[in-house]
Design a binder for this molecule. Structure first.
Ligand code: PGA
Length: 234
């Protein structure tokens, strides 16, 4: 047991997270490091495709991401909901409109994440399932670019609500009240099956499971989701 504690005291931790997760994951990590100041951390941020590759290459102890595929030999546990919302500039004509039908959006331009992004994947599956065609889209490979693009009026975005907490708080962008939104997803904590996790990695896993929700601004998120009907999990 003493060895275990020593491991937690001064061990190494390799955490990789989805680009969409890093907004709250860094708050979470900061708190973990205050608790265990001697732990040496390697923190990587990439999209879903990159994370699956890292798991395959055994590069990370722990990965925080959307639902991993079932055909990869992984241990995955959902730890928090991840609602995908449609956002617009605060002065967009659709801002404040109630129950916007999906059919009304066919002429809008959408700022979409790159191929390989879990968010992009979920949005595409959702649109296909609803039979919605998007006429114009622009591709951007970071959530930050999408947020800024939305703010500047380039188009609408479909993003994890966790990426826009600050902008919603400031009122720079707004969540649109669109039929079937939000698209409900989950965040998963993942490691390779059969991997021997270090004491630090196990401690971090337990920390994420019990503490993650404290690091999202739940009042902002609740306010943005109030009265919205959500579609089944994707
Ligand atoms: P991503 O997020 O869009 O940044 O790849 C991962 C996911 O949602 O699975």
């Amino acid at each position: 047991l003493i060895e275990e504690l020593k491991g937690t005291e001064g061990g190494h931790l390799a955490v990789s997270v989805a680009s969409t997760v890093h907004y709250f994951a860094i708050r979470l990590l900061a708190d973990f490091c205050r608790r265990y100041p001697k732990v040496k951390v390697r923190f990587k941020v990439t999209n879903r495709k990159g994370l699956l590759q890292q798991l395959d290459d055994n590069e990370a102890d722990i990965v925080l991401m959307g639902q991993p595929p079932e055909d990869q030999d992984l241990v995955a546990e959902a730890f928090m909901v991840n609602p995908l919302v449609m956002v617009a500039a605060a002065n967009h004509p659709l801002a404040g409109k109630k129950s916007i039908p999906l059919s009304e959006l066919s002429q809008e331009t959408f700022l979409m994440r790159e191929k390989g992004s879990g968010t992009r994947d979920a949005v595409e599956r959702f649109l296909a399932e609803k039979g919605v065609q998007i006429s114009a889209s622009m591709e951007m490979n970071t959530n930050s670019a999408i947020k800024q693009g939305v703010e500047e009026g380039l188009g609408l975005g479909i993003v994890s609500i966790h990426t826009v907490e600050r902008e919603l708080e400031d009122g720079r962008i707004v969540v649109l009240d669109v039929e079937s939104f939000p698209i409900m997803r989950q965040w998963y904590i993942v490691h390779r099956a059969g991997k021997r996790l270090s004491a630090v990695a196990r401690e971090f896993e337990a920390f994420v499971r019990t503490e993650a929700e404290r690091f999202v601004k739940s009042d902002i998120i609740k306010a943005a989701l109030v009265g919205k009907q959500s579609s089944p999990a994707l």
